[in-house]
Design a protein around this ligand. Structure first.
Ligand code: GDP
Ligand code: IMO
Ligand code: MG
Length: 422
């Protein structure tokens, strides 16, 4: 089995967790390369699991999981997740490795994230400290997991906390961090995490050299990618397939295939451009039927129709060679279904995707409409979908130029149809 990257093609929450869990038995390792506790990946396997940092292959016994150097680790989130998984009987020791080079999210990152997001130009982040932590990484003032175990950590940490408290006060924040209490807490958390910490780069290189197959699990999505997304309404890391090499310390050629995940419609949490967003009632119907509330924050997701121009752009950016289309069941019984196939642009743009929020605000999506379809729960074969549903799927393939390989028809494990080549 060749290495596969599973990547979000929209604005997140496409069902990556479900797809990774379904495919994980075919891989030796499942690896996260970017993002942090802002991700919420849901797997329904007997019961519901929402994973923020632990890769979505963890529920498959034979799979080894790695959280790579490109991620940002909130110790509380990760330790809670580990405890909850172990409580559910999932064996993690010897199966989960957290990179010693991943950066650490501290409480002051949360506070700064909240203060920044409370301002008029806030973008509606998940408030999980992601942006401020990546800022420290790039500014070279951050702490990586390995640093927590080195002697100078305490002293440097004290200085950084003092700087951060000053920054918090300058932004009008009241809540600051007590450096010595925080240091004691972090040391205890670091000790608890120690059995899981390792040299992820060596581990991955050894696995690859030994012919092991790897599934790279994307978090967030192409349209939230710091470089290719709808900036500034994006996250702070490279969520697209391009993030794999740097986020794991492996050569780009290791990404052999890329499976892009898209909902059969579109959702977005937080602010930012959303050309195909539906007006209140239509959007409300999609939200209710699809249970569209954030897996991490519980916020209602904004809903709209499938956006082919955005999808085509995301496919191109990540070199997607197959698509997994999720939540087809949500559209069942809805009545006519729409799909935006192009944007009418006053600027006469012919190719590519608009770079600015201003240009995106001006575009007018042009839609095609499909007769609705209805199918029952428990459908197990693509050929059993109504013709109009299959035509919708074929249309996505022809308009993006890549085949749809899977159609997901329910949240539960197993509710996944393989699309044959015929
Ligand atoms: P991720 O962040 O991409 O892993 O996606 P989330 O887990 O945040 O959100 C996807 C939501 O849709 C979760 O509640 C999943 O359980 C659910 N889901 C995934 N695939 C399907 C599907 O085909 N049908 C339905 N009805 N729900 C799905
Ligand atoms: P998964 O992996 C959906 C969005 C936030 C906000 C923007 C920046 O579950 O698909 P951040 O906290 O990252 O600084 O927020 O990105 N966002 C997500 N939206 N799914 C996610 O992850 C997201 N992670 C971040 O809502 O608009
Ligand atoms: Mg999610």
């Amino acid at each position: 089995m060749s290495n596969l990257c599973v990547v979000g093609l929209q604005w997140g929450d496409e069902g990556k967790g479900k797809i990774v869990d379904e495919l994980a038995p075919g891989y030796d390792l499942v690896v996260r390369y970017s993002g942090g506790g802002n991700a919420g990946h849901t797997i329904v396997a007997g019961r519901k699991f929402v994973l923020h940092l632990v890769p979505s292959g963890i529920l498959r016994d034979s799979t080894r999981c790695v959280v790579g150097n490109g991620t940002v680790i909130d110790l509380v989130t990760l330790l809670t997740e580990i405890r909850e998984l172990e409580g559910a009987g999932v064996v993690l020791r010897g199966r989960l490795t957290v990179s010693d080079r991943a950066h650490v999210v501290f409480p002051y990152h949360y506070i700064l994230d909240g203060l920044q997001d409370d301002r008029a130009d806030g973008i509606g982040t998940t408030r999980r400290g992601i942006g401020p932590c990546y800022v420290d990484k790039v500014a070279r003032t951050g702490f990586r997991v390995a640093d927590l175990y080195e002697k100078p950590f305490g002293e440097r940490f004290g200085r950084v906390v003092a700087d951060k408290n000053a920054a918090i006060r300058a932004m009008g924040g009241k809540e600051t961090c007590d450096a010595s209490a925080l240091l004691a807490t972090v040391k205890a958390q670091a000790a608890a995490l120690k059995p899981f910490v390792g040299d992820s780069i060596s581990l991955l290189h050894e696995a690859l050299a030994g012919g092991r197959s790897v599934l790279f699990e994307g978090a967030q999505a192409a349209m939230l990618d710091i470089d290719t997304g709808t900036y500034p309404f994006v996250t702070s890391s490279n969520a697209s397939a391009g993030g794999v090499a740097a986020g794991l310390g492996i050569p780009p050629r290791c990404v052999e295939r890329v499976l892009g995940v898209s909902k059969a419609y579109t959702t977005r949490v937080g602010a930012g451009p959303f050309p195909t967003e539906c007006a209140q009632r239509e959007g409300e119907i999609l939200r209710t039927r699809g249970g569209e509330f954030g897996s991490t924050t519980g916020r209602p997701r904004r809903c709209g129709w499938l956006d082919i121009p955005a999808l085509r752009y995301a496919v191109r950016v990540s070199g997607v060679d197959r698509i997994a289309l999720t939540k087809m069941d949500v559209l069942s019984g809805l009545g006519p279904v729409r799909m935006a196939v192009s944007y009418r642009s006053r600027r006469g743009r012919k190719d590519g995707y608009p770079a600015t929020v201003e240009e995106l605000g001006e575009v007018e999506p042009e839609y095609v409409e499909f007769p609705g379809w209805t199918f029952a729960d428990g459908i197990s074969c693509f050929g059993d979908l109504p013709e109009s549903a299959r035509r919708f799927v074929r249309e996505i393939a022809s308009r993006t130029g890549v085949p749809v390989a899977y159609v997901s028809v329910g949240a539960e494990r197993g509710a996944l149809l393989e699309v044959g080549s015929g």
